[in-house]
Write a protein that binds this ligand. Sequence first.
Ligand code: HEC
Length: 256
Amino acid sequence: MPRLTMKAALAVTFLFSAMTTAVNSAEIVSFPKKDWSWQGVFGTHDRSQLQRGLQAYRSVCAACHGLKFIAFRDLMDLGYSAAEIKAFAKTIEVTNEEPNDEGEIFKRPARAADYFPDPFPNKQAARAANNGAYPPDLSLVVESRVGGADYLHALLTGYTDPPKGLKLGDGMYYNKAYPGHQIAMPAPIMDGSVEYADGTKPTVNQIATDVTAFLAWASEPNMEARKSMGIKVMLFLFAFLFVLIALKRRTWSNVH
Ligand code: HEC
């Protein structure tokens, strides 16, 4: 029996030390917290910011990153009309799922029900165009990264010269916010990268903020519906509590 206990103790020690090494080797990068309009119980998205973010995604990020879980018709949420969405979708080419009568797969202008297309036909082509690195789909990126929107904003504004003496890998760029600090994505945003339809000044910070808001919306397009349902449920429960109290009083009113 003592042998077994010994073995168990050893196993626990081993596991524990493995865990602490794992934590130590993953460098923790901190980044500033920003006030985002959609945070908190009553937080909602700012429609004009989302529209600017969509514009930034299309003019900059869409060259390398897909947004496969968002259909054009979902953009109704950003305040566009059905006609505006139809016209916007038409400007983007997608691959038809079914082949034509000659058996060829063909491209056509998108319809409202189509999803944002991938910029590359497959992963290999995406890697080949990006120095071996794969630009991930951005649909869920805000939800899936530690730090969420704060991280994404810090990443997009985090490009600097590397510290003296650090040799960057081939085709790698220095970024303060990226874990490990070497990223294969070149700084995507410059001042003036986007020409905003609403006349907002397109600084790096402005574009990074807008595109982050847009991608946060894309990560959870029904957040506002979820929140308003939550508030309704709370109000209902509150009202129901009074009904129960009144009922209790009435039931017991004859008991002396
Ligand atoms: C020229 C192509 C290119 C453009 C344009 C581009 N990216 Fe990237 N992006 C990449 C590549 C390549 C990677 C993978 C980097 C790596 O693995 O080192 C990447 C990675 C990312 C990541 C993942 C970072 C992580 O934590 O893993 C995010 C988020 C991202 N890009 C957002 C954006 C946004 C937002 C834009 C538009 C403002 C944009 N990218 C524009 C090529 C691009």
